[in-house]
Design a protein around this ligand. Sequence first.
Ligand code: TMP
Length: 237
Amino acid sequence: MEKREQLYEGKAKKVFATDDPNLVIVSYKDDATAFDGLKKGTITGKGSINNRMTNFLMKKLEAAGVPTHLVEELSDRDTLVKKVSIVPLEVIIRNVSAGSFSKKYGVPEGIVFDAPTIEFSYKNDDLHDPLLNAYHAVALKLATWEEIELIKKYAFAVNDFLKAEMLACGVTLVDFKLEFGKTAEGQIVLADEISPDTCRFWDVKTNEKLDKDRFRRDLGNVEGAYHEMMKRLGLAE
Ligand code: TMP
């Protein structure tokens, strides 16, 4: 499948048309941003790592019963996916306090929750992705109640799978962000990516951060952390 015209360029990926109106190609970039694009940089090799890690995990999620947009990995950075309209909600699951949760509620990072939490934010950089609840999302016509129920079910299923998968390679799944899309037939599927850009991964023993927080917080060895996650998953030497 060949890339045709560019349909969209986001902060971390580009999307290209194909000759099939129901399929598009996502192309992962090395560009990294934080704080709604305010901080900009490059993480060398990130595009390839995030592409391969996302596809590896989405394949397993499909097998575990979570529908995804994945069709076929085309190359290091490019993947053929179903064309979807993205539901403009960022769906965040947390198992351990960190990041904006710690800041907002005034608690230290690292508190292990008895049960995971879920939250939604409105995917809108100009508004700084404001937090909203399901009633707000329905009022704003971002999704229907039925779609939100399905998204919640899939998000918790992703958490169950991903938590176990990470624990098996010595990584604590602290939190992560998912995005869902709607296909031409109206099916809700997992879209976007699952990578160190969109998850917090901590080493089980040392709590060393193995994710994009190293870039957000200028902790150094950003590339090393992404590569370490690939090694842990058996996707690199
Ligand atoms: P937060 O603690 O900053 O709200 O982030 C929660 C999770 O969501 C964390 O794993 C990082 C991820 N995330 C994104 O993927 N994109 C974003 O724009 C933000 C703010 C967080």
